[in-house]
Design a protein around this ligand. Structure first.
Ligand code: ATP
Length: 372
């Protein structure tokens, strides 16, 4: 098939290709009822002239935290006009001004001018309005760890949570959303006691839940008969292994595209294999790109050794070349494992029976190509 045919070919296997987009709102949103109920319980007091209960929403990536919050916020706004629910993506908005601009937009329908108006004026306008109109404000900070990087979190939390001290009757609360459990402690350290939150945990999805979600998504995105249960089962296994539901949703789209580019009316195993190869090399490239020099040095040693090393052997080789401590070695190893570049497997041997084997998850040749 030539390029023109690919572009002009107007038959499609996709009923709705947007169903695989990151911001698609699934019609069926299962397995998160208890978490959504807990969120609703935290918001409820604000609907009865009380203050919302501050909460930390915890869960690994792609466990549905953002979707759940958006759904609950939508429901709240459809049932009451007593509360403003403002969702902030902290990867995009990190400054006090930026965040309060978003809150301003939520309340007044537009952002304040970017220059000429001091922060205090905007803050005052927002809080005075809430106080005069007797309305509550709940702010959800998604990926809140981004606020810690420039130490803004404490100030911003304080701005929101202590507003009632200055503005009579103001009712405010916040949800802090975190995907990295390590940051749970950072939150306590960075934000003092104004924030004592209730915890809402999103556990990782089980295999059968992933299968169910991917089957639903395939049904929403493809015409009937385009993708078989067997292929979805294979994608489920791959997704489970990657630990990220987004990988599975994206694979559905990519193998659909490959099938279509091959003028196939259905997704076949060979299309999936090609899609998985693509996915693997993109993931590897992205992960290696994010490493610092020390991490690259350790990865190089692992990739250049023919035999599987245990942690002790690896540390010796590494500390011969690098002037770092054993603790740094351990931290570097953990980082590589966190990025899913390596697996570590306990062998039951060693001094305390805790010797670990270090296993590269990719073909060493592919890894070396990415390092160069
Ligand atoms: N229960 C579910 N049913 C259907 N789709 C889901 C479900 N949970 C998550 N998804 C889908 O998985 C993707 C990731 O979900 P979402 O963004 O809500 O996760 P998250 O926990 O906020 O992730 P992150 O921490 O990485 O921001 C989205 O495409 C979402 O539609």
């Amino acid at each position: 098939m030539g390029i023109e045919d690919i572009l002009l070919h107007d038959e499609t296997i996709f009923k709705n290709i947007n169903a695989f987009n990151p911001d698609y709102m699934p019609e069926n949103y299962n397995f998160r009822d208890s978490q959504m109920e807990a969120m609703a319980m935290s918001i409820r007091p604000a609907l009865k002239d009380g203050r919302p209960v501050n909460s930390v929403v915890l869960g690994a990536c792609a466990t549905g935290k953002t979707t759940a919050i958006r759904k609950v916020f939508e429901m709240v706004e459809n049932t009451s006009d007593k509360i403003f629910c403002c969702y902030i993506n902290c990867q995009l908005h990190t400054t006090r001004f930026g965040i309060f601009s978003q809150i301003h937009k939520k309340i007044f329908g537009h952002q304040p001018p970017e220059t000429g108006v001091p922060f205090s004026r905007i803050y005052q306008k927002i809080m005075k309005y809430l106080s005069d109109e007797n309305k509550a404000l709940l702010v959800a900070f998604d990926d809140v760890d981004y606020l810690f990087q420039n130490q803004h979190a404490n100030k911003i939390f304080y701005d929101i949570l202590r507003a009632y001290e200055e503005y009579v009757g103001v009712k405010t609360g916040l949800f802090a959303i975190l995907s990295d459990f390590e940051f749970r402690f950072a939150l306590d350290k960075n934000v003092n006691t104004v924030f004592i939150p209730h915890e809402i945990v999103f556990q990782p999805y089980t295999r059968s839940e992933i299968l169910n979600i991917l089957t639903d998504r395939a049904r929403a995105g493809f015409y009937e008969g385009v993708i078989s249960e067997d292929i979805i089962e294979d994608i489920t296994d791959y997704t489970l292994d990657s630990g990220d539901l987004r990988v599975g949703i994206d694979l559905l789209r990519v193998c659909g595209n490959i099938a279509e580019a091959n003028a196939s009316k259905s997704v076949e195993k060979k299309h999936l294999d090609e899609a998985m190869d693509k996915n693997l090399s993109i993931n590897l490239f992205e992960a290696v790109k994010s490493l610092n020099d020390t991490e690259i040095a350790l990865l190089k040693i692992i990739a250049s050794n023919k035999k599987i090393l245990n942690a002790g052997e690896l540390s010796e080789l590494f500390l011969e070349d690098e002037e770092v401590s054993y603790a740094t070695f351990n931290r570097t190893l953990e980082k590589l494992e966190f990025l899913r570049l390596i697996d570590t497997k306990f062998t039951g041997k060693g001094v305390r029976g805790n010797s670990r084997q270090i296993i590269l998850r990719f073909d060493p040749e592919d890894v070396n190509k990415c390092i160069l």
